[in-house]
Design a protein around this ligand. Sequence first.
Ligand SMILES: [Zn+2]
Length: 463
Amino acid sequence: MLRAPCSRLAYFSLHRLIGSHMAKHYREFLALNSYSSQYLKELQTDRLRRLLAKTIAGIPFYRDRVQPSGNLALRDFPVLTKADIQQNFQNLMSPQIRQEYNSGKRSRSYSWLTVQTGGSTGMPTTVIHDKKFRDFNRAARLYTQYLCGFPIGTPYFKLWGSMREINDSRGSIQQRVASFLAGEIIFNAFKMEDAEIDSYIQQINNSSVEYMMAYSDAAHRMARRIAQTGRTVRPLKAVMACAGTLTEEMRRTIAKAFGGARVHNMYGSRDCGAMACECAHQSLHVLDNKVILEAVDPQGSSVPAGQPGRILVTILGNYGFPLIRYEIGDVGVLTNKLCDCGLPTQVLDRVEGRSIEFLVTTSGGYISPIYFRHLIGVVHNPGAIRRFQIVQYARDRAELALEKEPGATEASVGSSTENIRRDLIAVFGPEMKLRINVVDRIPEADSGKFIFAINKIRQPETP
Ligand SMILES: [Zn+2]
């Protein structure tokens, strides 16, 4: 196919033009296949050593917490929680980024970036990606597409959350050109009423594109609609399922709906980027050159391979804002297995996210929980909201609680509430009666788990 190499060249040229060195990192990912597991291990150890040394030397948060020694190891570093990041945001920055952050002036136009996330826990978190890590991260995302069979330039459907059409926000021209060159055909995962799903299916049938990248829950929702309506859908070769837990039932339903498509689970997050992706053999390969994943017990000690543990992520880079043993909020199972496909990385047996629930629109459509995370955690988060929880009691009645940061005033949260209300009503429907409460504390469920989206419609109506 001529389109793929031409688009790839144009895509990398566009990024080179703005100061990105993504292509170099992408070549490293493509070379992973030729590494021995021993060589990959050494590369990882080397990157870790450099990260820990640079962190101790330059990051105030760690200067107070870790004893410097010649032989620093990961276990010398404390677990980094989302609350730690919120409370020590500036102390986690390198001096240069802190200076630029506070002065509002950057030395280059293509530079570090603040990244906000609702996360899987409903606790909005802001981190910083330095310039190098932005490139590394983008290359990692491209590599996961490669693992799923559609390398850069191969056209694909992207069933993804987009605020466009909901509140009129649009990406920059540069983003739109990059998206075109990458071959993306975008379906909005935040607009998933039956009529919209049917129109996406129609577009798939009218096109010759053979791949799809999607939020797991949105792909599952589309697959269930296909099964319910008995529609014939043109088979796809592969579906890459991102952003959320992919259960075996979801995998089967999606594969069946799209004519036996291979379903690849991709594990990543906004704050850490792509971390693991399934190959054609269905092994979830950890991107060992970019991250170290640990599975630990509640005390922070490693659990044996094959047993579930809280996942801690260490990013092998991002010296400007190191994420070391970062507790991302997922539970996962690591293995000692090597995959037959020849890619010599560690393999994750599975990842289980927190339990999240779907809410419905006033006309009975479905709203991805990821929409709430994105809207409240990313789009309308002035840094004053610590956690949020939305509870739906009836199709036309819901309550949103916004827990404010200690020290934040009600007014600082209040400035966001009208925008949040407007965008929530736009999605739920105009009949929705939405109450928004700004509170000091949202209680956990009896199980101790914090669930940020709760659907109580099927239960007796007792708010
Ligand atoms: Zn494999």
